[in-house]
Design a binder for this molecule. Structure first.
Ligand SMILES: [Zn+2]
Length: 187
């Protein structure tokens, strides 16, 4: 039997992308946190097959959980490319549990990888906002900024060098006296 998190190990709270599910107490790696539940849809029933919402959790070709019901708090769990939980899918039991794959601290947002299909269909087009992707983007922005600074510094050094050369030549010519444009032109 897996460890099961106490009833109130989580709460719904504000996350960067809207709402999310957050740990309210330490959750040990391997612990079952919450069940993802809702009506079971059968793809062989046309009326079921027509249901479309972003909380559908496919168990296999035939069975899908419609997780859009209010009581299914697991629907608040956001996707992450580097998650601290995973979905434990049990098609035979037609059940899905969300289980910790890392030790989760109170206040941490709980997340799991929604899978490649979901990522391609919903996240890739708008850019994944998960903490891991945000961090990656932040790093890329910082690197781009550093690169621009480097180019600018190089250009400035170049300009300075050219400027120094000019001053030196002028100094030589005019014996160190500061000169204006006119006197230089005259010389
Ligand atoms: Zn991501």
């Amino acid at each position: 039997m897996p460890d099961i998190a106490p009833r109130k190990a989580y709460r719904v709270g504000k996350s960067k992308t809207g709402l999310g599910l957050f740990a309210t107490m330490p959750i040990k790696k391997g612990t079952r946190i919450i069940r993802y539940f809702g009506p079971i849809l059968d793809s062989r029933i046309p009326a079921h097959d027509e249901i479309e919402n972003k909380y559908l959790f496919e168990l296999n070709n035939r069975w899908t959980i419609d997780g859009s019901v209010r009581k299914n708090l697991a629907r608040y769990i956001n996707h992450s490319c580097r998650p601290n939980a995973e979905s434990d899918v049990r098609p035979r039991e037609r059940k899905v549990f969300i289980r910790a794959i890392k030790n989760i601290e109170p206040g941490d947002e709980i997340n799991y990888d929604y899978g490649t299909d979901y990522f391609k269909a919903y996240l890739k087009p708008i850019g994944c906002k998960c903490p891991s992707c945000e961090a990656k983007r932040k790093k890329q922005r910082a690197e781009a900024r550093a690169e621009r600074a480097k180019v600018k510094a190089r250009a400035e050094r170049k300009a300075e060098k050219a400027g120094t050369k000019g001053t030196k030549a002028a100094k030589k010519k005019f014996n160190g006296h500061a000169v204006g444009k006119k006197s230089r032109a005259r010389a």
